[in-house]
Each structure stands twice: as structure tokens, then as C-alpha cells.
Design a protein around this ligand. Sequence first.
Ligand SMILES: Cc1ccc([C@@H]2N[C@@H](C)[C@@H](O)[C@H]2O)cc1
Length: 448
Amino acid sequence: EIGLQYGADRLGKRYDAAMQKFRENRLGAFIHWGLYAIPGGEWNGQVYNGAAEWLKSWAKVPAEEWLQLMKQWNPQNFDAKKWAKMAKDMGVKYVKITTKHHEGFCLWPSKFTEYTVTNTPYKKDILGELVKAYNEVGIDVHFYFSVMDWSHPDWRYSIKNQEDEIAFQRFLAFTDNQLKELATRYPTVKDFWFDGTWDESIKKNGWWTAHAERMLKELIPGVTVNSRLRADDYGKRHFDSNGHLMGDYESAYERRLPDPIKDLQVTKWDWEACMTLPENQWGYHKDWSLSYVKNPVEVLERIVHAVSMGGNMVVNFGPQADGDFRTEEKEIAKAIGKWMQKNGECIYACDYAGWEKQDWEYYTHKKNSVYMIVFNRPYSKQLTVKVPKETQIINAVLLNGEKMKVTETARNEYNVGVPKQDFQEPFVIKLEIKSSKTSTNKYQEALT
Ligand SMILES: Cc1ccc([C@@H]2N[C@@H](C)[C@@H](O)[C@H]2O)cc1
């Protein structure tokens, strides 16, 4: 291994209570809310089909013009308690909120920039209201924070000369001040999820990324930090030059998931994926007909896929400028919540089962139960289950208690029957398993 000053601070998973809670939460929601919600993807009469929170970039709007939108920031329908109820009813255990996105507009009254809620018609501390409302209903709050800040004159994409170097060090000091502000104003925050850290300027300042993680962990013992913040001594990101994961969990799965057969390496560390409901919209876009919008089962499939491989899933919502949510998002949140109400025990505090994935889809594991989450009903009416050596299935029950037939079909192979009724939605079978040393020799492998 090569010597690193700014590589991974720890090897292997964290097992302290705060990280256990992060891991057992499993299902979260993202909130992307900022000035970009006002134009909603349209600028000077032209609708851009790129991500709405990047409209400033697509329409090439200068920062001072873009930030004029602050004059219109006045979400009259914003009600933090309603947002908290929507999240509670959806069954999410945590919510990640954009404190500041690339545009530089802060949802909290930061003292280190004028571009904050304070200097808008709305005036009030939106972030503070949300932290309070979510925490009151037992939902953990995580902070999304974009290091890249298009509003700040000292931001640099690369460091070309001494002037850039001096400006960027000022920028990093400004960023430190904002992070300290967030950590001290909102001490119940459980996680910092950094974004906007892919540019040359950050990769050349790996020291700062290690410092930022260490500073936050001093200010808030137990807080978690994502791998995307981190660059090591040589600019290597997420995993350091020795291949060790930096931060507390891998955060590279954005709008994509590890393959359940080929990418089993992810089961060795903690990771969290995040996803959009349209193909690629995080902030509010007025026209969702421009791309495919996932239906509730497609969202559930991604949530279960992540948990089946030992990861968390964060489903994104982009509130409207008025502070309410669009109907499509309310409906998806309700549908997910309905399913989670009945089946959540196969998600919360569950992990990778280590069994070979089958076509009917995913396993999750908790204590001495393995859950089968069936997305594809087979015409055979039989669900193939291949168990690891010396593992026996004792019984199989639907979560509503209905017993399912279990038939041993070959060595370490079983058929589990499907329920008579077609629920018209994914269903969950809970297997009780035990390890069995006795291996009968009644099965003869073919000689070929
Ligand atoms: C190329 C690209 C840059 C930034 C992003 C941001 N990360 C997501 C979590 C959103 O915040 C999106 O704006 C997405 C794609």
C-alpha cells in the first residue's frame, strides 16, 4: 500500500449506533428545492429538457441574473408539517434536503453569503422548519451540500495560476464556514451528502475533503459523510489510491444500480443509491411529459434491488416554487407508503442474503429470516430457491400469514409455491431457515 495523508480514515464498515441507524433506515427521500423550482425548466420562453436544477447552465444565464429569482422566492403553500406527514406516510426513515445546490442559494439564513432565504420575500429559515418538522415525526434529516457554488466569485473549476490558488483557498474557507454553520445551527442532522466535488480544483485539494469530514465528525459525533466528498492525496475519488472506500458509504449510484450478479462487491461496504421519478429531473420541471416517469412498482423494484444488495435507496422529490408537491409525486409517495405499510419488514433493517438471485427477483435477510420479494409471478406457479450449502428452509409464509408449499427439488434446491390470489402487486414470502449439517446423499450428480 502507498502512504496517504488524505486517504480512507477507517477500513471496513462502521458498526456504531449512528451508522447502524443509517443502515437500518434503508429507505429515504431526497428533496431538491431551490430557485430552479421557479422557472421549472423554462427560460425566456424556451423549455429545456435537461435536468431543471441545471437550467442556469443549459440557458447560459449569468449568476447575477439567475439570482434575481430570489425576488420571487415566496412559497406561500409551504407547510413543513405537511411535508413531514407526506414523508411519514410514504414510510421513509430519513429525508435528504438540498441546503445549497450548485446555484448557491441557501435554504438557511447563512451569514457568509447574501444569497439566502433571509433576503427573499419569504424571509424565514426553511431548513430550520424542515429539520424540526421531520425530527418531530421521528424522521432523520440528512443535508445535501453542493461544494461547487456558481454564485461565488472565488469558485474555480481548475487551478491555472497563483490567482486561482488564492481565490480557491478563500472559497474553501467560505465553505468551511457554511459547514460549521450548518453543523452548529442544526445539531440533530445525521448525515452530510456532498455533491459538486468532481472538478480539478477539488481533486487538487484532497487535504480539504479529508479536513471537512474530520471537522464535521468533531462537531457532530456519529454524523455520516458520503464518499463523493472525498479525494485523496492524488485526486483519487470515492476509493483512495489503495482501493479503500473513503467516507462512511459509497455514493456513486445515482440513477443507476449495481448488477445483482456481476457487482456483488458492493455487499462488502455500505452504500446508498438515489433515483429520480422522471428519467433525469431532480428539481421541479413543469413538463414531465418530456421523459418516462416511473410507476410505483418500478420505484419499489429499485428500492428492493438496493436493499437486496445491502444498500439504501433515496427517492427524489422536486417541490414546486409555491411549496406544494405536484400530484404525480404525491400519488407515488402514497402508493409506496401503502406497500411499505404491508411489507416494510422486508426492507427496514434488512440486508444482503447472499443467495443466488432468481428471475422472480429479490431476497433480503434479517436475523434468521430470508424474505422473497416477488416482482415476476412465474407461469410454472413455482418459485425456484437455491440455498447455500447446509441451509434448510423450515417454512414459508406470506406476510399475511398464509402458508406456502415448500418442495425440495434437488440438492440445495426448493420450489416455493405462489399464493393462489394474484395481488396485482409485488408480494413477500418470509422463509424461516436453519443451517443443517446433515447432507443426505440421495442426490446423484450426472457423470458426463
Ligand atoms: C452531471 C451531473 C452533475 C450534477 C448532478 C446533481 N447530482 C444529483 C444528486 C442532483 O443534485 C444533480 O443536480 C447530476 C449530474
